[in-house]
Design a protein around this ligand. Structure first.
Ligand code: F6P
Length: 541
């Protein structure tokens, strides 16, 4: 494929960006009374309002043409058919198969093994939840610890937090960091006899996870003896030899496959902690919601296709309007962990500087993705979104119905969410500020001084994504929506979103530093720091 920036379609979109540049969204709303309906799409229970993006119909048509030039349809088909879309690791990326129903003919080659594992998880989690499967001294499990990092942590951790209102199983805790400050206080508080420990690691060699697992094993063995390991440890991995070496039995190992990327793995056995906390029915509902979004992504035309629209708007903001970063602002306390989950998804997938063939890209790829709970952010980072010189694109995510009984508070939350996107879009002109200050009784000299600080440029783009409520089904659909947005963008940027070579160098150097290996090759700064923090004594090797 030729570089996307060299296509006529890219040039077309660029021309539209130049045309749009002097236009203000306020004016675009005033000029088009249909704007709210024109840029509103509903699917899978979600409503996407993208009227506050700096687009018009011609821009959208040009973006659809760009998607066609990048062969989005063909790439989506390759993904769906299980072709080697991950070309640097010669692998498919079949996360859609993980949520497909048993009878889905498309995934016949893998569906049987996927469902064999899900069935085994179902039996295991039911037994833990009803207390028929017990610890070494015969007591039921009250607590579960998931030890994992990256995709082996963020997905299940986020889902359990998002659906905390549905938790009806054992308490589930997550430990990722090799900073013992995460594991130590937890182990101090839990009882070994009633704790089940899941070591979740695709490779089963990840330093942080294995270090946590060893410590947890010591803690358990000290209290209950070596023989308790078989009853209290579970492994989730694709690498059975490493699991065996750690001493976890095959009977307590739930497998998955190389074609499941870490950041797409919560739908696989990696979701065991979800099933334990919420039950198999909710895990099924989560997967069913994702499956519904998969079907929508695979079949809906561009103009009605939520992941395609979000992906194209992301590229428009990043490459054509030069937005500095992408913000995710969920107006739902329970979605706090959605931001770190999405950070891994987007930045590990599309944070690449070479295209599929290994050629350096001559355009920006993923923007920095960050954010946090919208309501709290209003009193923190939103200042920069409203008045900072750089423009950031924002996704507002809002469940319409609350899952708590404080109706008036949920009304406030909704009002705040809508107010923020409106404020970013319309801004406040100098004339409006002046009129307001005059009405407040301020004199002319003070108004002159105050005015520049109180003007809002506006014209700042955002999406508002509404979901009926935060339940397992809609959460599954939301996560699949973002997975597919990420894929759409990778196609537009012509990069492989399924590898992550960029995480390797740091891992290698950390090992060297720990083992005092090849230290002469380390730079002087790192050697001095290593000596100062006590990694080795003299600073020399
Ligand atoms: O270091 C990055 C990474 O490989 C992620 O892609 C992955 O999700 C995480 O580490 C954990 O890997 P594993 O499941 O093999 O422990």
């Amino acid at each position: 494929m030729i570089s996307p920036v060299k296509t006529a379609e890219w040039a077309q979109v660029r021309a539209h960006a130049q045309r749009i540049a002097p236009l203000h969204l306020r004016q675009m709303f005033a000029d088009d009374p249909q704007r709210d309906r024109r840029f509103w799409v509903s699917a899978c229970g979600f409503d996407l309002d993208y009227a506050k993006q700096r687009v018009d119909t011609a821009v959208m048509q040009a973006l659809f043409a760009l998607a066609d030039a990048a062969q989005l349809g063909a790439w989506r088909q390759r993904l769906y058919e299980g072709q080697w879309v991950n070309n640097t690791e010669q692998r498919a990326a079949l996360h859609m198969a993980l949520r497909a129903p048993r009878e889905d003919a498309q995934f016949a080659s893998v569906c049987a093994e996927v469902h064999t594992v899900v069935d085994a998880m179902r039996v295991f989690s039911a037994q833990v939840r009803d207390g028929s499967l017990r610890g070494a001294d015969g007591r039921a499990f009250t607590d579960v610890i998931n030890l994992g990092i990256g995709g082996s942590d963020l997905g299940p951790r986020m889902v359990c937090a998002a659906l905390a209102d549905d938790q009806d199983g054992p308490r589930v805790h997550f430990v990722a960091n090799v900073d013992g400050a995460e594991l130590h206080p937890l182990l101090q508080r839990l009882e070994p006899a009633t704790t089940l420990i899941i070591v979740t690691s695709k490779s089963f060699t990840t330093q942080e996870t294995i270090a946590n697992a060893r410590r947890a094993r010591q803690w358990l063995v000290q209290a209950l003896g070596e023989s308790a390991v078989a009853d209290h440890f579970v492994a989730i991995s694709t690498h059975h030899a490493e699991v065996d070496a750690f001493g976890i039995t095959r009977a307590r190992t739930f497998g998955f496959w190389e074609w499941v990327g870490g950041r797409y793995s919560l739908w696989s056995a990696v979701g065991l902690s979800i099933m334990l906390a919420l039950g198999a029915d909710r895990f099924d509902a989560l997967r069913a919601g994702a499956y519904a979004m998969d079907q929508h992504f695979l079949t809906a035309p561009h103009a009605q296709n939520l992941p395609v629209l979000l992906g194209l708007l992301g590229v428009w903001n990043r490459n054509f309007l030069r937005c500095d970063s992408q913000i995710l602002a969920p107006y739902a306390q329970r979605l706090e962990m959605l931001v770190p989950w999405l950070q891994q998804l987007e930045m590990e997938s599309n944070g690449k500087g070479v295209d599929r063939s290994g050629h350096p890209v001559a355009y920006d790829t993923t923007p920095a993705l960050w954010g946090g709970i919208g309501c709290n952010g209003q009193h923190a980072y939103f200042q920069m979104l409203h008045q900072g010189p750089a423009i950031h694109a924002v996704d507002f995510v809002l469940p319409i119905a609350a899952r708590h009984p404080y109706a008036e508070m949920h009304q406030m939350l909704k009002a705040n969410c809508l107010a923020q996107s409106a404020a970013l879009m319309r801004g406040k002109t100098a004339d409006e500020v002046r009129a307001e200050l005059l009405a407040s009784g301020m004199d002319e000299a003070d108004i002159r001084k105050a005015l520049p600080h109180r003007v809002f440029a506006g014209n700042r783009p955002s999406n508002t994504l509404l979901m009926p409520r935060l339940d397992a089904w809609h959460l599954g659909a939301l996560l699949a929506l973002y997975e597919h947005r990420c894929f759409v963008q990778s196609v537009l940027w012509n990069i492989n979103p399924f590898d992550q070579w960029g995480v390797e160098l740091g891992k290698q150097l950390a090992k060297q530093l720990l083992r005092h290996d090849h230290l002469a090759e380390m730079d002087a700064s790192t050697r001095a720091l290593a000596a100062r923090v006590g990694l080795w004594g003299s600073g020399s090797d």
